[in-house]
Design a binder for this molecule. Structure first.
Ligand code: NAD
Ligand code: WQD
Length: 339
């Protein structure tokens, strides 16, 4: 029988790319999303690319009954849990919404899973749980801390899941700490579609290139990095999606709780990102150097070896592909999924 995976947040950026690969790998996919930060058009396009159907529920994790209804109507074997709010700055303005949706929402989901004897879950955590790391590359044994409510929600949910796994050995939980996801599916049909002004670097760069924004503001060139701008571990969203497919298939051999960093192991500066984007798109990206953004750190990249070994997976798309695919998506869809 085909395995059915519930993907919460499946119409969002990482969720839609993962849904695509799950369908390609032969899984049945049920998506739960309240569409607060995404459009159903992403899943229509996933269906177009794969020629397969996604079962979609417009439902909210704050509503336990809506989650239970989905479990009642489907034989869910594993959950990939992407749904939640993710804007660092906004989380300091409306912390209760972040705690309610990210933490209470996750608890509601876990309670329903327990009720239905579904004990396999992959959770979207973040490199933000390492706070300001003492050194790079970062591995999974580094101490964790949070500097904003968003990061705290990721840390708390990780801890809740750890307690749960310790309370009952039948749980099989994989915490995936993403570094900086970028890029889009090679078709140019799905990609990242931020609402309003993008918070993240690559969507901002591509919106400048396509004429939607005037210029990029580079937050500081006085960090102790080779060119003074911040250094991050950018990972292609299709490599990230592939890791999720490996994670749901690795549930069989892993037990208890497993924590993995997902990145490439390479760090690139903001200026290197701008140059790489210009090269792949043939467009020039206007920028100005402004003050540092509060809460930013100088550099952050991972040692990806534990994830590679555990999942038999490796990020194999380089910077050129990340930028080429970002540009194809942005150029074909200057206003994202909006017409
Ligand atoms: P996204 O906003 O595109 O996707 C999240 C989806 O969850 C959206 O479709 C949104 O509508 C849905 N959602 C939000 N609250 C919900 C609720 N209460 N009930 C039901 N659906 C809800 O974000 P993304 O970039 O795809 O991120 C996916 C996950 O990965 C998030 O948990 C995020 O915190 C985490 N993450 C993202 C990044 C990144 O840079 N994109 C990095 C590290 C971790
Ligand atoms: C990357 C670099 C900026 C925008 C954030 C979250 C993290 C995770 C991923 C969810 C930094 C610089 C950016 C701009 C710039 N999300 N920059 N001008 O800050 O590494 O991580 O997203 O879990 O939790 O904090 O990513 O893309 O915002 O920034 O100069 O307009 O680009 O200073 O050096 P970040 P980012």
């Amino acid at each position: 029988m085909l395995q059915t995976i519930l993907v919460t947040g499946g119409s969002g950026y990482i969720g839609s790319h993962t849904t695509l690969l799950l369908l390609k790998a032969g899984f049945e996919v049920v998506v739960l999303d309240n569409l607060s930060n995404s459009s159903l058009e992403s899943l229509h396009r996933v269906e177009k690319i794969t020629g397969k159907k996604v079962k979609f529920y417009q439902a909210d994790l704050r509503n336990t009954q809506q989650i239970a209804d989905i479990f009642n109507e489907n034989n869910i074997s594993s959950v990939i849990h992407f749904a939640g709010l993710k804007a660092v700055g906004e989380s300091a303005e409306i912390p209760l919404d972040y705690y309610e949706q990210n933490i209470s929402g996750s608890i509601n989901l876990l309670k329903v899973m327990k009720e239905f004897n579904c004990s396999q879950i992959v959770f979207s955590s973040s490199a933000t749980v390492y706070g300001d790391p003492a050194s790079v590359p970062i591995n999974e044994s580094f101490p964790t801390s949070a500097t904003n409510p968003y990061g705290r929600t990721k840390l708390f949910v990780e801890e809740i899941m750890r307690d749960l796994a310790h309370s009952d050995p039948s749980w099989n939980i994989i915490l995936l700490r993403y570094f900086n996801p970028v890029g889009a599916h090679e078709s140019g049909l799905i990609g990242e579609d931020p609402q309003g002004i993008p918070n993240n670097l690559v969507p901002f760069i591509s919106q400048v290139a396509v004429g939607e924004r005037e210029k990029l503001r580079i937050f500081g060139d006085d960090y102790s990095t080779p060119d003074g701008t911040g250094v991050r571990d950018y990972i292609h969203v299709m490599d990230l999606a592939a890791a999720h497919v490996k994670a749901v298939t690795s549930h069989v051999k892993l037990s208890g709780i497993t924590t993995l960093n997902l990145g490439t192991g390479n760090g690139y500066s903001v200026l290197e990102m701008v140059k790489a984007f210009e090269k792949e798109s043939g467009k020039s990206v206007a920028y100005e150097i402004v003050a540092r953004r509060s809460g930013d750190i100088a550099e952050c990249w991972t040692d990806p070896s534990l994830a590679e070994k555990t999942l038999n997976w490796k990020a194999n798309r380089g910077l050129a592909e990340m930028m080429k695919d970002t540009w194809r998506w942005q150029n074909n869809n200057p206003k994202g999924y909006k017409i």
